[in-house]
Design a protein around this ligand. Structure first.
Ligand code: NAG
Ligand code: NAG
Ligand code: NAG
Length: 431
């Protein structure tokens, strides 16, 4: 069944309250057009201004990170994932309450450590010289077996090192913009600029790199494996470190002296010089050509108008419009204050959800008799197993925005209200 959101239903079933905008004369469809796939010469990516983040750092945060001083962030306004000259600011979705009471997770004393506990939030944060990353996987949410996520920040001009991995990577840009680049198994090349609200996808094994443009970038990565870990990516620096230099020289056809200044550790996230403004300067083409636009690794979802519904709006991006991401289906859902994403379930996939803005409440019902209600804030992750029913209410006074990600070739759900309203009435004999 095609995805249905916030259907007009008998009010007894679905009390939708809150500010309901007047529908536009022509309501955009749930899905966008294939014109949004890939690079277009007319596309204009505005990197946006560098975020002007008002924050204060504790003296211990500017001290040598090796001292590992405890950070008491309880009274610090807008605490940041910064230690000495590592880490970077955090412009994007985040749970301040959680960050304040878990200072050692927000700004760990040594580079890149993942912290694990039983919390349902994206947790475990590693800081590096030009940014940071936090990840959620089965170590912290054992129920989340099919998907894992990473929230990553690259400071202006910062790089995520050239790398590849065994899992497929789907991404939503959360803030700022970046240049992404990849080469596929046919030797075809790809380069594009993406901005907040856009998507990218890299198939398993396809090597790629990411560089922040002048405002920096924060993005969400979702992997098709709950056991994924950022520690298990194949980094260009590590291929070099773990291959004899004589073999590298033979393989790349250069003298062995070319490798005398190899970094002695991974680079992972590191600073860079500004990317050329003209993307064509980085358009490396070989006789194999560029990746055909229909198979392109980017989708400019930011340019897709949202479909408006009674309690909010929704944008769907699935393989119907973004074919290369063949098993990733997603909906970006906005719920106005007082509204809710109706009671529903996904018949074909588990759901991995990341809260981008606001706060919400969900009850997950698992047959036969267990149910749990959870409160979420921006930066948190929720996981709803296949066919387990759930809803998400906006419990705040601003719009609630979240992204639902499925492992499916089409975004589908079944709504309780729609099912009941479409089922013949019965009467029951009382005993
Ligand atoms: C990025 O975050 C900053 C700081 O929160 C905000 O001012 C800016 O509007 C955001 N940019 C985008 C493109 O979302
Ligand atoms: C790169 O060059 C190819 C042709 O060689 C062209 O089709 C493509 O639009 C160019 N730009 C990008 C960013 O791919
Ligand atoms: C899509 O993902 C689901 C869940 O991980 C998996 O069972 C299915 O085989 C995948 N389909 C394809 C075509 O990869």
């Amino acid at each position: 069944m095609k995805a249905q959101f916030f259907l007009p239903l008998p009010l007894a079933l679905l009390p939708l309250v809150g500010s309901v905008p007047a529908p536009r004369a022509s309501n955009p469809p749930l899905r966008g057009s294939e014109a949004l796939v890939g690079y277009s010469p007319t596309e204009k990516i505005a990197p946006g201004p560098k975020p002007d983040i008002k924050c204060s750092l504790l003296p211990a945060q500017t001290a040598d990170p090796q001292l590992g001083e405890y950070l008491d962030l309880e009274k610090v306004e807008n605490p940041q994932p910064i230690r000495g000259n590592t880490g970077g600011d955090d412009p994007g979705p985040r749970n301040y309450y959680y960050d304040k009471i878990n200072s050692d997770k927000l700004a760990p004393p040594r580079n890149r450590q993942w912290f694990h506990d039983q919390c349902s939030m994206a947790d475990g944060l590693g800081i590096d010289s030009a940014g940071w990353a936090r990840q959620e996987n089965i170590d912290v949410m054992p129920a989340a077996t099919e998907m894992a996520g990473v929230d990553m920040r690259l400071e202006p001009h910062g790089y995520r090192e050239l790398h590849w991995h065994v899992a497929a990577e789907w991404s939503l840009v959360l803030n700022g913009s970046c240049r992404i680049q990849a080469v596929n198994e046919n030797g075809q090349t790809f380069v594009d600029d993406v901005t907040a609200g856009d998507l990218w996808f890299f198939p398993p094994g396809v090597p790629h790199s990411i560089q922040a443009l002048e405002a920096g970038v924060e993005f969400l990565l979702v992997f098709d494996d709950g056991a994924f870990s950022e520690d298990n990516t194949f980094l260009a620096s590590e291929v070099f470190l773990h291959t004899p230099k004589s073999v590298l020289a033979q393989d790349l056809g250069v003298d062995v002296s070319a490798f005398k200044n190899l970094p002695d550790d991974e680079l992972y996230i590191f600073g860079g010089t500004p990317a050329p403004k003209d993307i064509e300067k980085q358009n490396v083409t070989t006789p194999a050509g560029v990746i055909p636009r229909t198979q392109s690794y980017s989708y400019h979802l930011s340019e897709q108008p949202a479909h408006e519904v009674a309690g909010g709006s929704v944008k769907i991006a699935d393989p119907a419009t973004f074919p290369i991401a063949s098993n990733f289906s997603a909906a970006i859902v906005t719920v106005h204050p007082g509204g809710m994403r109706e009671i529903h379930w996904h018949p074909t996939s588990d759901e991995w959800t990341f809260f981008i803005q606001g706060q919400g409440r969900a009850t997950l019902f698992s047959a036969p008799q267990s149910a749990n209600t959870f409160d979420y804030r921006a930066g948190d992750v929720a996981y709803f197993p296949k066919s387990n029913s759930h809803y998400i209410q906006n419990t705040g006074d601003e719009d609630l925005v979240f992204v639902e990600v499925l492992q499916a070739d089409l975004f589908t759900d079944i709504a309780l209200g729609q099912w009941l309203a479409s089922t013949p009435g019965r009467s029951y004999r009382t005993p």
